[in-house]
Design a protein around this ligand. Structure first.
Ligand code: HEC
Ligand code: HEC
Ligand code: HEC
Ligand code: HEC
Ligand code: HEC
Ligand code: HEC
Length: 498
């Protein structure tokens, strides 16, 4: 097609007739061939293995691209070698009346078109692959195992990772992929922190992610919650508590704005100053009523700053400030065993099994590896029941406790409930009591609500075989652990073992 010099070599191969171009040709053609075959497989048979997706749509196109660059570099290099003194390079000359030129042009256009078609499909699939749960959750298997396992056991198991972590729009996609590259580097060099630090830096505001599916105007009334506990006594006495939790509403068209989701009502902003990275201590809270412009500041008398903190340190409260574990839920030993006993996966007729199984889980929380933890659990429980007649029940209890361990404890990543605060409630973590603890007061000395009936009412509670006491007006909490000393937070005693 071109005749840019009298000694122009024949055929494209000779332009790249040096080691650089040759390497490029081999790399590009081999990867292109493999790529086309695999894309064919994907179109006609389909595969959903994340590793294959990454190979086909990210690594192989990369190799083709590198090959093309090498060929180009080879051509440039060759041309430099052939350049005579006084030689002036010219652009190729195409003559459409020349049948050879015409043929070559049509051929090039066809190849280009097919190539474009494949790359459009390829980039679409590359986008899909990098968006898939398998890509996010399985590719860096060990790093992501804790979040992936807990995700699969959660109410959001069918919501793609990216729906919460990236959300709609291109700019957050690009941002996520750029920070993803940094993470890939950290994984390759084994320099990532264990556990992965939370809160997630720069998580997209929940208003743009969660609110694609749930939005404050949709909440109303109260929701019934039923919790069944088993005490750590010989009989594993059940303790059942039923309460109406005042989920509340944020839409004036449905009724008065109030209840728990009042925080999210469109007409007010709550901002707060966290005193630590994990936002567990909150010394300063500001409420702005957007319609009246009224501002109320609550601060703790001992630690709260007297003047307003700098705006960059202040966080606007959103869904994640309460629902920080909507899907990566790491159950505490006591909570997980309560469910296992309730569902009869662990037989509640085994004396003190709640106590011993909880103890086994508490101990294995410090294990170095999963194998070691599982072994510790088996040894601990079996060691407590050497004489017990029905050994199959003990074996079943061990197997179930080990199952709890596999689903909630990740020793290689040093991750379990202990490093993953849950801000809903107030039993094992301060949660709501970060602000509703009676110590956050406004300028007139009034504290943020602490009344036990402000957020929920207990409508029924029952211990063991005693008849349940019930009332729709709310009952005072009959604490199974005896009277709670005044001024002592639940978290003082409840750390996951109780
Ligand atoms: C329902 C929404 C939602 C879905 C779906 C979701 N996440 Fe998360 N993820 C969160 C929230 C909220 C946090 C905690 C944010 C915080 O505390 O800053 C989080 C935290 C994380 C963390 C930090 C470690 C931790 O335990 O907090 C990682 C890593 C992570 N998610 C990865 C994933 C992966 C991988 C998937 C898919 C398998 C996924 N997420 C699916 C909402 C979600
Ligand atoms: C793509 C849609 C989608 C997104 C995005 C989403 N969720 Fe959900 N969420 C669901 C579905 C579906 C359920 C289960 C429905 C149900 O149980 O009523 C659910 C359930 C819940 C529940 C009730 C859980 C339970 O135990 O019953 C909470 C709380 C929740 N989501 C909070 C969040 C938060 C916080 C976010 C943002 C980090 C979020 N969701 C993002 C779809 C979504
Ligand atoms: C002040 C803390 C707080 C904030 C902020 C908050 N929630 Fe909730 N949310 C709760 C509590 C408490 C419940 C009761 C369920 C429970 O105890 O598990 C709840 C319940 C829910 C439920 C289940 C509803 C039902 O009727 O059972 C969904 C869905 C939900 N929240 C989503 C959201 C979303 C989305 C946001 C952000 C717009 C949000 N929440 C903000 C505390 C909060
Ligand atoms: C960052 C601080 C903060 C956190 C954390 C917080 N709240 Fe609040 N909450 C407030 C403030 C401020 C008010 C308004 C003052 C008041 O009414 O006492 C309020 C008011 C309320 C109200 C009364 C709303 C009404 O009807 O007037 C309820 C109910 C409530 N919160 C529940 C909860 C629950 C449940 C949690 C935990 C899941 C929680 N809050 C966590 C700051 C917080
Ligand atoms: C600021 C709101 C708020 C206040 C005030 C509050 N609670 Fe709660 N409480 C919650 C929430 C939210 C939950 C969690 C519900 C859930 O498990 O999803 C909860 C759960 C509970 C539970 C059930 C725990 C379990 O795991 O079964 C008990 C019992 C309880 N609260 C007692 C009390 C008592 C006693 C007081 C008064 C000292 C009190 N609460 C004050 C919000 C509050
Ligand atoms: C002084 C220590 C202490 C404090 C403070 C305390 N508890 Fe308890 N709690 C106990 C003990 C001890 C038990 C009995 C545990 C057992 O036998 O398993 C218990 C049992 C319980 C149980 C049922 C047990 C289970 O193991 O699943 C619930 C629910 C409970 N407490 C809620 C609360 C709430 C809510 C608060 C805060 C308002 C609170 N406790 C404060 C010591 C305490």
């Amino acid at each position: 097609m071109s005749d840019f010099s009298p000694q122009s070599p024949k055929g494209p191969l000779s332009y790249a007739g040096n080691w650089l171009g040759l390497a490029g040709i081999i790399l590009a053609s081999c990867s292109l061939l493999t790529l086309l075959i695999l894309i064919g497989f994907d179109i006609f048979l389909g595969f959903n293995r994340p590793y294959l997706g990454v190979l086909v749509y990210i690594i192989l196109p990369g190799a083709v691209f590198v090959g093309l660059i090498l060929i180009f570099a080879g051509i440039l290099y060759q041309r430099r070698l052939q350049r005579k003194p006084g030689f002036k390079p010219r652009l190729p000359h195409i003559d459409l009346n020349n049948p050879r030129h015409r043929r070559n042009l049509i051929l090039t256009a066809c190849i280009g078109f097919v190539f474009l078609l494949f790359s459009a499909f390829g980039s679409y699939r590359a986008y899909q692959v990098t968006e898939s749960v398998a890509f996010c959750g399985l590719l860096c298997h060990q790093v992501m195992e804790p979040v992936h396992t807990t995700y699969l056991n959660s109410p959001h198991a069918r919501v793609a990772c990216t729906k919460c972590h990236i959300g709609p729009g291109a700019s957050w996609y690009v941002r996520a992929k750029i920070s993803g590259l940094r993470q890939v580097y950290a994984v390759l060099t084994d320099s990532y922190p264990r556990p992965i630090p939370v809160p997630v830096e720069n998580l997209r505001p929940a208003r743009e992610t969660c609110e694609q599916c749930h939005w404050p105007e949709k909440f109303y009334g109260s929701t019934e919650l039923l919790h069944r506990h088993y005490l750590s006594d010989t009989d594993n006495t059940p303790f059942e508590i039923r309460m109406m939790i005042k989920v509340g509403g944020a839409n004036p068209l449905h009724g008065p704005i109030g209840g728990i989701h009042w925080h999210m009502a469109v007409s007010n902003d709550i901002e707060y100053l966290p005193a630590d990275k994990s936002r567990q201590t909150i010394p300063w809270v500001k409420v702005t009523n957007r319609s009246t412009g009224k501002v109320t500041i609550y601060r703790t008398t001992d630690k709260g700053p007297l003047s307003a903190p700098e705006q960059k340190d202040v966080r606007l409260m959103d869904c994640i400030d309460c629902h920080n574990r909507p899907t990566h839920i790491f159950q505490s030993p006591s909570k997980a065993l309560n469910v296992a006993l309730w569902l009869n996966r662990v037989d509640a007729s085994i004396p003190s099994i709640k106590h011993h199984a909880t103890e086994a889980l508490m101990q294995s929380a410090g294990a170095e590896s999963r194998a070691e933890g599982l072994q510790q659990i088996a040894a601990h429980i079996a060691g407590r029941y050497p004489e017990y007649k029905e050994q199959t029940k003990i074996e079943q209890a061990i197997a179930e406790t080990q199952n709890i361990y596999r689903n909630n404890f990740f020793p290689e990543m040093k991750t379990n409930w202990q490093v993953r605060p849950d801000n809903i409630g107030h039993l094992n973590w301060p949660g709501c009591f970060r602000c509703h603890d009676g110590e956050h007061v406004n300028s007139t000395g009034q504290a943020i609500a602490t009344d036990c009936n402000a957020c929920h009412i207990i409508i029924s509670q029952a211990r063991g075989k005693e008849p349940a006491s019930s009332s729709l007006d709310g009952l005072p909490f009959a604490h199974p652990g005896g009277e709670i000393p005044p001024g002592i937070a639940c978290t003082f005693c409840h750390n996951g073992a109780l």
